[in-house]
Design a protein around this ligand. Structure first.
Ligand code: 5CA
Ligand code: ZN
Length: 409
């Protein structure tokens, strides 16, 4: 699949700091040490009801990771998937009397527009589940042949016992895992499984549902976790730097994905850090497609809201916090954008050198965007109150805010 156009990232004077970020697996802040090419996989959308503010907040977090890396003069190799065939997508298409392919294509197109408007950097490889199927089938066959997968009434399951590190990503106990598995696409109650937590790798063709040639697995379609593993291994390989997504993906998705990959390759770890963004809520509940309590990026854009203000609204919250979208959040962001634009519209102002370092420091410290915004606020307030004589300063601030926060002033 094609991704979306990249907005330019201005180069800044000097060099950024190495990123310290919270790793779910260790529960600690870790200083990442990527090579000259940092590798990141971020789980993409299941294309319906996109792009809501929760999606946007999560992708914003991983955009910041990349901007910090780019500022350390590294290249970034970024891969993202689109879950363009899965139960919830098919269910939605049926509910709305739509063709599932058209639904997925239309929603993915809208997502690309939203990402472009928000200046979120595109992945180099944007891969759909359907196009990944020829790569998925041999992986499932291999898992089966090595005894890490088994057949149950035509479906193929992964055996979680086959990975000695199973459980290390989320750190949850079996009871908590079972609850979350049932909530998030698993089938712990299905009789005949070796372990209730075992996730499906390949689902045999069901009447009235799309299916593909699965070689020795028979016709069917892929399970959710193996989709991301196949795409990540194909384009990044084992031991990439960051596996990212919202906190609802830590278990089972990222747990299972890590185990699939570790069982397949005999190598450890799948990713060096597992990074998870908090959940955005609306009206007191997690914004989710199943509840339908959604605020869409595209709707705000149609209403004439500047995408830079939407981005500032996201940046005003720490990526790991759970927070609530309200009208006030947007109003504050619109006001802040106005103050910043006024401050950089003058030819001169207070020196900006220290500010650039403050933004760098804040982001390198577990992506503390709210502190970065506060630093820019202080500079803008000084500019408004007393101005300054540094001729290049407003330009430096504009470039830093663009390069590090993705906001075009
Ligand atoms: N296609 C899979 C990943 S392979 C998927 O989870 N798709 S999704 O459309 O449901 O979610 C896309 C991303 O948005 C995931 O990282 C998910 O964790 C994140 N997300 C979903 N809802 C919210 C929310 N309310 N707040 C923050 N992030 C969210
Ligand atoms: Zn995924």
């Amino acid at each position: 699949m094609h991704a979306w156009p990249a907005s330019e990232v201005p180069a800044l004077p000097g060099k950024g700091r190495d990123l310290r970020i919270h790793d779910t697996a260790t529960g600690e802040l870790v200083t990442l040490d990527p090579g000259p090419v940092a590798r990141i996989y971020v789980c993409g959308i299941t294309p319906y009801d996109a792009t809501h503010m929760g999606h946007a907040a999560t992708y914003n977090a991983f955009d910041l990771v990349q901007r910090v890396w780019l500022d350390t003069k590294r290249q970034v190799h970024y891969v993202q998937n689109v879950t363009d065939v899965d139960d919830p997508l098919l269910e939605r298409a049926t509910r709305d009397g739509k063709d599932w392919v058209e639904l997925a294509e239309g929603e993915t197109a809208l997502f690309r527009e939203d990402m472009t408007a928000l200046r979120l950097l595109p992945p180099q490889h944007y891969i759909g589940a359907v196009e990944a199927i020829p790569g998925i089938v041999p992986l499932v066959e291999r898992l089966r042949d090595m005894g890490a997968a088994y057949e149950l009434e035509g479906d193929t399951y992964f055996s979680v016992e086959s990975d000695a590190h199973f459980g290390e990503v989320s750190g949850l106990d079996a009871a908590a895992m079972k609850l979350l598995s049932a909530e998030r696409g698993g089938d712990p109650e299905r009789p005949g499984k070796k372990n209730p937590l075992d996730p499906m790798l390949w689902m045999a063709a069901r009447e009235g549902e799309p299916s593909w040639d699965g070689g020795s697995l028979g016709r069917g379609r892929p399970g959710w976790h193996i989709e991301c593993v196949a795409i990540a291994l194909d384009h990044l390989g084992m031991g990439f730097d960051v596996q990212g997504g919202g906190s609802d993906l830590a278990f089972p998705h990222h747990e299972m994905g890590a185990s699939h990959a570790q069982a397949l390759t005999g190598e450890y770890p799948f990713a060096k850090a597992y990074v998870h963004a908090g959940m955005v809520a609306l009206d007191g509940a997690k914004m989710s497609k199943s509840k339908g309590n959604l605020v869409f990026v595209s709707k705000l854009r149609r209403d004439g809201v500047d995408p830079a203000a939407i981005r500032l609204a996201l940046l005003a919250h720490h990526y790991r916090a759970d927070w609530e979208w309200t009208d006030a959040v947007l109003t504050e962001a619109i006001e802040r954008l106005g103050r910043w634009r006024a401050a950089v519209s003058r030819p001169d102002g207070p020196s900006a050198e220290a500010l650039v370092e403050e933004i760098r420091e804040a982001l390198a410290n577990d992506l503390d965007a709210p502190s970065a915004l506060a630093a820019v606020d202080r500079w803008a307030a000084r500019q408004a109150a007393e101005g300054g004589t540094d001729e290049g300063a407003p330009g430096v601030v504009s470039r830093a805010v663009d390069a590090l926060l993705g906001v075009a002033l």
